[in-house]
Design a protein around this ligand. Structure first.
Ligand code: ADP
Length: 190
């Protein structure tokens, strides 16, 4: 199995690159943001609770996203591998993921961390907000809160995976193709 972790701040381009990687390596895309938004669209009680937090740019509770990922892993036993996008976002989530994968006799092959300056992130998110309709992409103070959540709770995971020798940092500036080429080069060494 090839399990990859696509990492970086909101607006770094994780979703865009994940869509290219799943095609090239025949992997399954697991985006907790997408799963949460489909819960909201389906009007589930989980979705209702998550929406308030997401609209503010706060993280949803660890147990909620860990449970979602756990059931996706259980429901796809014959997958070639997974691309985790937007998960894990806290140390508790990273530890839970390590345990879930260990139980399946597999592990994370590498963390691909996209690096983009804050000004560029804000510009990309506001531009996406114009056509996506995502409330969390339309307000600069909510975007600032998401970047702050990333810097305080999520960015420390680079240390967590670096300690396992799994961290690769990739410049997230440039064209989509430039960035995907850099990702392929790293993945092909894993
Ligand atoms: P982005 O990467 O642009 O912030 P996502 O779609 O990954 O967008 O996430 C949108 C929102 O969903 C986050 O701001 C957060 O509220 C919630 N969310 C997604 N994944 C997680 C997670 N692993 N842990 C906690 N909250 C999450």
């Amino acid at each position: 199995m090839l399990n990859l972790l696509l990492f970086g701040p909101p607006g770094a381009g994780k979703g865009t690159q994940a869509n290219l990687l799943i095609e090239k390596y025949n992997l399954m895309h697991l985006s907790t943001g997408d799963i949460l938004r489909s819960e909201i669209a389906a009007g589930t009680s989980l979705g209702l609770k998550a929406k308030t937090l997401m609209d503010r740019g706060d993280l949803v509770p660890d147990e909620v996203v860990i449970g979602m990922i756990s059931s996706k892993l259980d429901n796809n036993p014959s997958a070639n591998g997974f691309i985790f996008d937007g998960f894990p976002r806290t140390t508790a989530q990273a530890e839970a993921l390590d345990n879930m994968l260990a139980k399946k006799g597999t592990t994370i092959a590498g963390m691909l961390s996209l690096k983009v300056e804050d000004e560029e992130l804000i510009r990309r998110l506001l531009s996406r907000g114009k056509d996506s309709g995502r409330a969390d992409d339309q307000d600069e103070s909510i975007i600032a809160n998401r970047i702050n959540e990333y810097n305080t709770k999520t960015a420390p995971l680079k240390e967590y995976y670096s300690a396992q020798n799994k961290l690769s940092e990739i410049e997230g500036d440039g064209t989509i193709e430039d960035i995907s080429q850099k990702l392929y080069t790293v993945i092909d060494t894993l």
